[in-house]
Design a binder for this molecule. Sequence first.
Ligand code: NAP
Length: 273
Amino acid sequence: MKRVFAVLGDPIEHSLSPLMHNAAFKALGMDCTYHAFQVNKENLKDAIKGANALGFGGLNLTVPLKEEALKIVEPDSLAAAIGAVNTVDFKEGIRGYNTDGIGAEKALIDAGVKIGGAKVVIIGAGGAARGICFQLARCGADVTIANRTPEKAIQLADDAAVIGNVKGCGLEQLDDLIASADILINCTTLGMYPHVEDSIVTANQIHEDLVVFDIVYNPLKTKLLMEAEKAGAKTVSGVMMLVYQGAEAFRIWTGVEPPVEIMKKAVIGALIT
Ligand code: NAP
């Protein structure tokens, strides 16, 4: 019988996940289908329990549901520490995972970037920053979170301190932090379509030995990545994080090696049209 998968969120109409996962299922000849459903926080519990009762293969969760899901599913230790769930699996009860951090780690590794021992500056302290901070600290990076609201950066640093070396601060120290960093990661919403002219950092703040990773993936080449290129820095696009976080979810649900290149082609094809 066909197995059904879905992404839940609100809004959800621009999600690239159905395209990406359906391309993967088709390439592997798997009798599975993936859909997008608009679900708000109030209906999340009914939606997850309903999907379980209907025999769904698994779910992805996106904004604004990732934190709310913690109250509904049984999270693994990483998702519980991060405080957010983006993948739900129904094989043994209703289990929750967070694959955002591993998606970011794999995007960096894919680009040939060394994480262990690197000085990483993450701008932003929202849901995505939390996942990435925990994962990179686990990999042995020295992480500083700089956020517009400093209290959120300091809270995240406190939460992640059990894992590794993480500090939190406001944006006023950004110039000095970037000057001595190896990797800069934008985890704010700045530069995201339709505000494509926005960038949290400009070329004059970037040095040529820096790796600049923008997790915003629409547009494919954000203003920040253009500024980084201008400064001669290496750039990493958020699209590979999108692909790898999806690939990890695929692996959790199916136990099958995900066809990453097919998933990447599907997403990039949609973003350049
Ligand atoms: P979020 O929880 O809403 O966090 C947004 C962050 O951006 C907060 O730290 C916020 O600071 C900061 N921010 C917003 N406007 C700002 C401004 N004008 N100046 C400075 N900082 C500002 O969002 P999220 O879920 O973490 O997602 C962040 C971005 O990552 C989104 O664009 C999302 O599409 C992208 N994303 C990409 C992937 C991928 O696979 N590539 C995965 C997840 C998310 P305050 O705390 O001060 O409000």
